[in-house]
Design a protein around this ligand. Structure first.
Ligand SMILES: NC(=O)c1ccc[n+]([C@@H]2O[C@H](COP(=O)([O-])OP(=O)(O)OC[C@H]3O[C@@H](n4cnc5c(N)ncnc54)[C@H](O)[C@@H]3O)[C@@H](O)[C@H]2O)c1
Length: 447
């Protein structure tokens, strides 16, 4: 077949790793008319999906209904047996791709074990698409050799290989997957074209054909870009604090200038992707030692520690030592109005406050545990505290009756890490109020 002829579409497809991304993709593929099977090593997850039940918490509009329908129709199923993959003509890999906490290098345990499991069961000519976020060079350096060894053939002949990175955001998974533009990076142009045929059915967004390497760089760069922008906003917040200005007012005015789109500062960056993807990008180079991306990571990682400093200072001003204080952290999830706690800055803050001797309570209406902490899901967590420290701007917290809260505290300190409260309202309620990025001291210029 020549490069210009239309390539046949697969009928049966599989998704390897049915977590947030993989399950949503499986449903989107089912909705687009493909017969889909989800393969996962997590037996419990497989059983739930096979019953038509979404195995994770959090509001995901339309996903539960779609999964239930597709399972009832027999369009989608799930298995923990890789032998079932022999029947599919296209296979999408969506396993986790974390980095090591210490050296920040990719830890591809899941990717390597998925490749080992699927390798012996690949149908001749199968299309393999890696949707997981991976460091640049991974398709060529790890995936392609593993599949060539397993099939005994060459890429482009024995199988097609593509990287089409996922761009979803929890809370809008299905909507994102079915509407966003996609970057489709094949190892050969024919590989790209085969995958484009499938994605044309899945998303109403534009498809951007490229190489696997470029797709790897684009995806990790998208999140590294965001991390750097947030780090800029955070650094400016610290500058504004010292100078006695309000960073949010500064941001609005900066953004009134053409071509400026300053991000929002805050108590830290969490979630599965942004804290790790810049490291995946950095890990790909060996001659260059990138400086900006690690610095941005360090700035963002330090924000919850800064919140601990603000809390300690505010308590000191009230003559309360941190090691005698009871502190209630408002929020355990990393994202507002969600239960997702992956890499939540609340955990860093809570640990730091404990390390400094404080007694810490966590309060989050959506979360019951965070790391080693039990999280209280009701507002009893406020009673008798010396300080409230807001990390997550859940609606419940933004709508708090501040005067009523103040009356329940032992010491009236309120620290706002997300621009959730108006200073005037906090002061009126009787709080000593401190907010990230809002300096309360006018700058003194000395000659
Ligand atoms: N979650 C997001 O918002 C998001 C957004 C964009 C990209 N991504 C990327 O997508 C990938 C998946 O992320 P996720 O959030 O869906 O992860 P997840 O942890 O929710 O899901 C991964 C799934 O893979 C399964 N798995 C692990 N090893 C396996 C194996 N050997 N064989 C079969 N299944 C296996 C796990 O059991 C799990 O169900 C990651 O690379 C991530 O960076 C995630």
């Amino acid at each position: 077949m020549t490069e210009t002829q239309a390539l046949p579409l697969p009928e049966r497809v599989a998704v390897v790793g049915v977590g947030y991304v993989g399950l949503t993709l499986l449903c989107a593929l089912g909705k687009a008319g493909f017969q889909g099977v989800g393969y996962d090593i997590n037996q419990e997850k497989v059983e739930q999906i096979a019953r038509g039940v979404v195995p994770f918490e959090g509001a995901e509009p339309e996903l539960p209904e779609l999964l239930a329908d597709l399972v009832a129709q027999g369009t989608v199923t799930a298995t923990a047996d890789p032998a079932h993959l022999r029947e599919v003509e296209a296979l999408f890999i969506a396993v986790e791709t974390p980095v090591d906490d210490t050296d920040h290098k990719p830890r591809y345990l899941a990717l390597r074990s998925a490749l080992a499991a699927i390798g012996p069961h690949l149908a001749p000519g199968v299309l393999v698409v890696v949707e997981s976020t991976i460091a640049p060079g991974t398709v060529r350096g790890i995936v392609q050799p593993a599949l060539e060894e397993a099939t005994g053939g060459k890429v482009g002949k024995a199988f097609s290989l593509v990287h089409c990175p996922e761009r979803v955001m929890p809370g809008r998974l299905l909507q994102n997957i079915t509407t966003y533009d996609r970057v489709v990076g094949g190892v050969t142009p024919r590989c790209t074209e085969r995958a484009m045929g499938v994605y044309r059915k899945v998303t109403s967004g534009q498809l951007h054909p490229t190489t696997a390497l470029v797709a790897e760089i684009v995806k990790t760069a998208e999140n590294a870009y965001r991390d750097v922008q947030i780090a800029f906003a955070n650094e400016l917040a610290l500058i504004c604090e010292e100078l006695g200005a309000n960073v949010y007012e500064v941001r609005d005015l900066v953004n009134s200038s053409p071509f400026r789109q300053m991000h929002i500062p805050g108590a830290g960056v969490g979630g599965h992707c942004i804290p790790k993807d810049p490291w995946l990008l950095v890990s790909a180079v060996s001659e260059l030692s990138p400086r900006l991306l690690p610095t941005a990571r360090a700035i963002n990682d330090a924000m919850p520690i800064h919140l601990a400093d603000l809390t300690e200072d505010a308590l000191q001003a009230e003559h309360v030592a941190l090691n005698n204080a009871v502190i209630t952290v408002l929020g355990a999830a990393y994202l507002e109005d969600s239960d997702d706690t992956r890499n939540s800055p609340a955990l860093t803050l809570a640990r730091e406050l404990v390390r400094r001797g404080a007694q810490v309570r966590l309060y989050d209406p959506y979360v019951s545990t965070l790391g080693e902490f039990t999280v209280q899901m009701d507002d009893n967590a406020i009673d008798g505290s010396d300080a409230l420290v807001l990390v997550t701007a859940h609606r419940t917290f933004r709508e708090l009756d501040l005067a009523a809260c103040a009356a329940r505290l032992r010491t009236r300190v309120l620290v706002d890490g997300r621009n959730a409260f108006a200073p005037a309202a906090a002061h009126e309620a009787g709080f000593r109020f401190v907010a990230l990025g809002k300096g309360d001291v006018q700058p003194v210029v000395t000659a």
